[in-house]
Design a protein around this ligand. Structure first.
Ligand code: PEP
Ligand code: MG
Length: 908
C-alpha cells in the first residue's frame, strides 16, 4: 500500500471526506454517514476506516498498514476538536462507538462495540458531564459486557452455553429483587463493574484493558475479525456477497439514548418496507441504546407514539426523513438516537423491502414524479416478483379457524404472505426437517443472526418478541419469507419444545399457520388460495379493479414490455400450461416437450408397445394409436396460443425411460401386455445404457426410427390444418433436438417437410411453419453455419449445452456442485446461471456463425436459464430474439429483459 494512501475518511460539522457513491470503499453505513453530514443532517462526528484496510488486514496476517495509527489519531483529534472533548481524558471524555459496515448491509452479522473509552477515570468524567451516576455506570457495565463478548470472546458460546457476565447480572438482580436491569441502583452497577472485571481476569488471566487506546485497537481488530465469523460467512454464502469485499469500520462519537426519559433510540423507514405503503413507519424505545431495538429483546413502540412524549424531536425526525427520501429518491431505512430531546441520525440506507413493497414503491414513486419508469424498472430485483405470485390464505378457511377458536394471537405483519407448516423451535431442526421434505414454521422467542440457515429453510418465521425492525423481521423481508414478529401472547419453551398460549399448548411438529400480511397466528393448517395476481390473471375470481396489487403489477409489466427488446416465450407441454403462459403475457411457446405427453393416461401403454415392437410394422401400429392423442394435445396448445409461435420438439429422451425398471414392475407390465417376463426384461436390459444422457436420445432416435418423427410431424400438421380449416392461424415451429451435424438435421428436416406437404395437400390448406433445431452440443455451435443451412431457427438448449460443454452430468452434478459453488470454484451453479466464459462463448460462436449464413435466423433459448435474470441479460447481450421459461417466471424474464435493454442504452 503506498505511503500516501488515505485509510480513513472523516465526517462531522457539515463536512465529509466521503459521499454516497463511495460504498465500495466506505461501506453502506459509512457512505450514508458522510452523505448525511454533507447535506446538513445532524450526525455525530466520526471517521470511517476503509474496506481496503480490512483487505490488507486479512492479507497480512491480521496486521494493519503502518500509516493507519497516525491517521486514526488525526481522525480522533478532529472529533475532539468538533466536540471539545478528549478521548481517554478523565474530565470530559470522548466516548465512541466502533461499528462494522460492509458494502451491502448484513444485518446483525458482524460486531459492534458501544461506549468505548470508558475506564475508572473516564466514568467519573461522564458522571460530572451528565450528572447521572446511574447512567454512567450502566454505560460502563454495558461496555465491559459488550467488549468481553466481542473482543475477548467471553460469551455463552465460548463458556459452554452460559454467559458469565450475564449470570453475574442476573445474580445481582435476584439479590436486589430487581425485575429489570433498570431497577438496579448506581451502586449496584458500580459493584457489577468490579465483579465483571474480576470475572474477566479469572477467565483470561489478565486485567480488562483500562487504556482507551488498547480498547480501541482491540475493538477495531474484533470488528474486522467479525467479517469472517461463521454467521457472516453463512450470510454471504446465502446472498452471494463476495468474501473478498471486507468491511469498513465506523468510529463515531457516542450519543446516548439511555440518558433518561427524554432520550430514545429507534429505527424508521420512510415507507412501509413490508407493504410499500406511503406512510412514515418506525419504532423506538425510550431510554435505551441502539442495539436494543434491532436485537428484538424489548418490543419497541410504534413511531406514532414518539410525538406524544417528544413532539419536537418527532417533528424533526419526520422532516429529516422526508429530506433523506427526497435526496436519495428512494425509501430510506434510518437509525436515530434522541439525546436530551435532540435528534441525531446514525444511519441511512436504501431500505430493504419485500417484493410487494418493491413494486408498490417503484410504481408510486413514478406517479409521484420522484423517479421515471426506467428507474422504477431498474430498481426491482426480477426474482422479487415471485413473491407477488405466492399463495394467500383462503378467507373462508380463516373464518372457519376463527369460529373454531384457533386464532392464537396477533403479532406484527412483518413479511407478507401465508405460510402453513409444522412447528420447529431451532434453526438446525428447520434445516433437517426441510431435508426430510417437511414444511416448517420456525418459532422463536426472537431470532439471532445464527438462525439464518433455519430461516431460509422454513416456510415462515414466527417470533414472540421483537418489532417490525427486529432481526427476524429484517431478515425475513430480505429473504421474501412470510413472517409474524412479536406475537407476545406466545410462551415458547425451548427445552420442552412447546409453545403455549393461555391454556393451549402446541408441540414441536404440530401444525401452525401464520399470516404475514395481517400478523395473525392460527393453530392448525389453513387452506391457501392463489395470490391476487393469479386470481385476476388465471382464475378470474378477482376483479382487476379491486386489486391494487394486480394493477401495479400490470403497470410495471407494461413498462417492461415497452422497454424490452427480447421476446419472452414459455416452456409448456399441455394446454392448461399454455393458458397460464398466455395469461402471463407470454409471446409464444418456446419449448413443448412432446415426451411428457407420452406419460399421460393410457398412452404409456401404446408407447411401450412401440418400444417393444420387433419391427417397423409393429412400431407403426403402435404409433398409429398415439397419433390421435398427440394431435389432440397439439391442437389444444396451438388453439390457445392463437397465431403466436409454438415450438414443438420431437421426441428427445432415450426409450428406456418409458419402460419399468424394477422386476416387480416388469412382471406387472408383462402381464398387462401379454408378453413374457423374460422378453420384457431382456428388452429393458438391451435398452439400458451406461450413459443415457450421451446415448440413444435426441434426433438419434428419429434417425434410427424415422417413423416416430413422421408420426409426430403428422400429428402437428393435422392439428394445424384442422385449425386452419376453422379459420385460425396456428404457427408451429418444429424443433429437432440434440443435433450435432448438418446431415442429422437434414434427414429429420426432409421427413418433417414431406409430412407437412402431404398433410397440407390432404387438408387443402396452407400452414405457416418453421423447422429448426436445438443447439445443445458444442459441435453444433462450432458448425452452426452449416446447420443454419437446414435450420430456420436455433433454440439454445442450455441444460444440455452446459452438460456437454462442462462435461458435467446433469443427473450427477448435484453431489458435488454445491461444494464447488461454496468454495468459489464456480461463481454460480452453471445449471442455474449461464457460464458465460464457457457455455456463453459457445453460444456467441453459434449466434455469429448462424446469422452469417442465414440473416433472419430466429434464435432463442429454452434451457432453464431462460428464467434466470442474469442469463436473460446475457441472452440480450448476444442478440437472441427471445427467451423461453416456465409460465410462472414470465414476469421475471420480462423485467430482466427490460433491465438488460435499459442498461444497454445507458452504456451507449
Ligand atoms: C435443454 O437441454 O436445455 C433443453 C431444454 O432440453 P431438455 O432439458 O429437455 O434436455
Ligand atoms: Mg436438452
Amino acid at each position: 500500500m503506498p505511503n500516501t494512501k488515505k485509510l480513513i475518511y472523516s465526517f462531522g460539522n457539515r463536512k465529509a471526506d466521503g459521499h454516497a457513491r463511495m460504498q465500495e470503499l466506505l461501506g453502506g453505513k459509512g457512505a450514508g454517514l458522510h452523505e448525511m453530514t454533507r447535506i446538513g443532517i445532524p450526525v455525530p462526528p466520526g471517521f470511517t476506516i476503509t474496506t481496503e484496510v480490512c483487505k490488507y488486514y486479512y492479507d497480512h496476517h491480521r496486521r494493519y498498514p503502518k500509516e493507519l495509527k497516525t491517521q486514526v489519531i488525526a481522525g480522533l483529534a478532529r472529533m475532539e476538536k468538533i466536540l471539545g472533548r478528549r478521548f481517554g481524558e478523565g474530565e470530559n471524555p470522548l466516548l465512541v462507538s466502533v461499528r462494522s459496515g460492509a458494502r451491502e448491509s448484513m444485518p446483525g452479522m458482524m460486531d459492534t462495540v458501544l461506549n468505548l473509552g470508558l475506564n475508572d477515570q473516564t466514568v467519573q468524567g461522564l458522571i460530572s458531564r451528565t450528572n447521572n451516576r446511574h447512567f454512567a455506570f450502566d454505560s460502563y457495565r454495558r461496555f465491559i459486557q459488550m467488549y468481553a463478548d466481542v473482543v475477548l470472546g467471553i460469551n455463552h458460546k465460548a463458556q459452554g452455553g452460559r454467559d458469565p457476565l450475564e449470570t453475574l447480572l442476573e445474580h445481582k438482580k435476584n439479590a436486589r429483587g430487581a425485575r429489570v436491569d433498570g431497577d438496579l441502583t448506581a451502586a449496584d452497577l458500580e459493584q457489577l463493574v468490579a465483579e465483571y472485571k474480576a470475572e474477566i481476569k479469572s477467565i483470561c488471566g489478565k486485567e480488562f484493558p483500562e487504556d482507551p487506546f488498547d480498547q480501541f485497537w482491540g475493538a477495531i481488530g474484533a470488528v474486522f475479525g467479525s467479517w469472517n465469523n461463521d454467521r457472516a460467512v453463512a450470510y454471504r454464502d446465502l446472498y452471494r456477497i463476495p468474501h473478498t469485499w471486507g468491511t469498513a469500520v465506523n468510529v463515531q462519537a457516542m450519543v446516548f439514548g439511555n440518558l433518561g426519559d427524554n432520550c430514545a433510540t429507534g429505527v424508521a423507514f420512510t415507507r412501509d418496507p413490508a407493504s410499500g405503503e406511503k406512510r412514515f413507519y418506525g419504532e423506538f424505545l425510550i431510554n435505551a441504546q441502539g442495539e436494543d431495538v434491532v436485537a428484538g429483546i424489548r418490543t419497541p413502540k410504534p413511531i406514532a407514539e414518539l410525538g406524544q412524549t417528544m413532539p419536537k424531536a418527532e417533528r424533526e425526525l419526520q422532516r429529516v426523513c422526508r429530506s433523506l427520501e427526497k435526496h436519495y429518491r428512494d425509501m430510506q431505512d434510518v437509525e436515530f438516537t434522541i439525546e436530551d430531546g435532540k435528534l441525531w441520525m446514525l444511519q441511512t440506507r436504501t431500505g430493504k423491502r419485500t417484493g410487494f413493497a418493491a413494486v408498490r414503491i417503484a410504481v408510486d414513486m413514478v406517479e409521484e414524479r420522484i423517479i421515471d419508469k426506467k428507474e422504477a424498472l431498474l430498481r426491482i430485483e426480477p426474482d422479487q416478483l415471485n413473491q407477488l405470485l405466492r399463495p394467500i390464505f383462503d378467507q373462508n378457511g380463516k373464518e372457519q379457524a376463527h369460529k373454531d377458536g384457533r386464532l392464537l394471537g396477533n403479532g406484527l405483519p412483518a413479511g407478507p404472505g401465508a405460510a402453513t407448516g409444522r412447528i420447529v423451535f431451532h434453526a438446525d431442526d428447520a434445516v433437517e426437517w426441510k431435508k426430510r421434505g417437511e414444511r416448517v414454521i420456525l418459532c422463536r422467542v426472537e431470532t439471532s443472526p445464527d438462525d439464518i440457515r433455519g430461516m431460509d429453510a422454513a416456510q415462515g418465521i414466527l417470533t414472540a418478541r421483537g418489532g417490525m425492525t427486529s432481526h427476524a423481521a429484517l431478515v425475513a423481508r430480505q429473504m421474501g419469507k412470510v413472517c409474524v414478529a412479536g406475537c407476545e401472547v406466545l410462551h415458547i419453551d425451548y427445552s420442552g419444545r412447546t409453545l403455549r398460549v393461555d391454556q393451549s399448548e402446541l408441540k414441536e411438529g404440530d401444525w401452525i399457520s401464520i399470516d404475514g400480511s395481517t400478523g395473525q397466528v392460527f393453530e392448525g393448517e389453513i387452506q391457501t388460495l392463489p395470490s391476487e395476481v393469479l386470481q385476476v390473471l388465471l382464475s378470474g375470481s378477482l376483479d382487476a379493479k379491486k386489486s391494487r396489487l394486480y394493477q401495479q403489477f400490470a403497470k410495471l409489466m407494461k413498462w417492461a414490455d415497452d422497454a424490452r427488446r427480447l421476446g419472452v416465450r414459455t416452456n409448456a407441454d399441455q394446454p392448461d400450461q399454455a393458458a397460464i403462459a398466455k395469461a402471463f403475457g407470454s409471446e409464444g411457446i418456446g419449448l413443448c416437450r412432446t415426451e411428457h405427453m407420452f406419460f399421460q393416461g393410457d398412452r404409456i401403454q401404446a408407447v411401450r408397445e412401440m418400444i417393444l415392437a420387433d419391427d417397423e410394422a409393429g412400431r407403426r401400429r403402435a404409433l398409429a394409436k398415439l397419433l390421435p392423442m398427440q394431435k389432440q394435445d397439439f391442437k389444444g396448445i396451438l388453439e390457445i396460443m392463437g397465431d403466436l409461435p409454438v415450438t414443438i420438439r420431437t421426441l428427445d429422451p432415450p426409450l428406456h425411460e418409458f419402460l419399468p425398471k424394477h422386476d416387480n414392475e416388469v412382471v406387472e407390465l408383462a402381464q398387462a401386455m401379454g408378453v413374457s417376463f423374460e422378453v420384457l426384461r431382456d428388452k429393458v436390459t438391451v435398452l439400458q445404457e451406461f450413459n443415457p444422457m450421451l446415448g440413444h436420445r435426441g434426433c438419434r432416435l428419429g434417425i434410427s426410427y424415422p417413423e416416430i418423427t413422421e408420426m409426430q410431424a403428422q400429428a402437428i400438421f393435422e392439428a394445424a390444418c384442422e385449425l386452419r380449416r376453422e379459420g385460425k392461424n396456428p404457427f408451429p415451429e418444429i424443433m429437432i433436438p440434440l443435433v450435432g451435424s448438418r446431415q442429422e438435421l437434414h434427414e429429420q428436416n426432409v421427413i418433417v417437410r414431406r409430412v407437412a406437404a402431404a398433410t397440407q395437400t390432404a387438408y387443402g390448406v396452407k400452414v405457416r411453419y418453421l423447422v429448426g433445431t436445438m443447439i445443445e452440443l458444442p459441435r453444433a455451435c462450432m458448425v452452426a453455419d452449416e446447420i443454419a443451412d437446414e435450420a430456420e431457427f436455433f433454440s439454445f438448449g442450455t441444460n444440455d449445452l452446459t452438460q456437454t460443454c462442462l462435461g458435467l452430468s446433469r443427473d450427477d452434478a448435484g453431489k458435488f456442485l454445491p461444494t464447488y459453488v461454496l468454495n468459489g470454484l464456480f461463481p454460480e451453479d452453471p445449471f442455474v446461471s449461464i457460464d458465460r466464459e464457457g457455455v456463453g462463448a459457445l453460444m456467441r460462436i453459434a449466434v455469429a456463425k448462424g446469422r452469417k449464413k442465414r440473416k433472419n435466423l430466429e434464435m432463442g433459448i429454452c434451457g432453464e436459464h431462460g428464467g434466470d435474470a442474469k442469463s436473460v441479460a446475457f441472452c440480450h447481450q448476444i442478440g437472441l430474439d427471445y427467451v423461453s421459461c416456465s409460465p410462472y417466471r414470465v414476469a421475471i424474464a420480462k423485467l430482466a429483459a427490460a433491465q438488460a435493454a435499459l442498461r444497454e442504452k445507458d452504456r451507449c
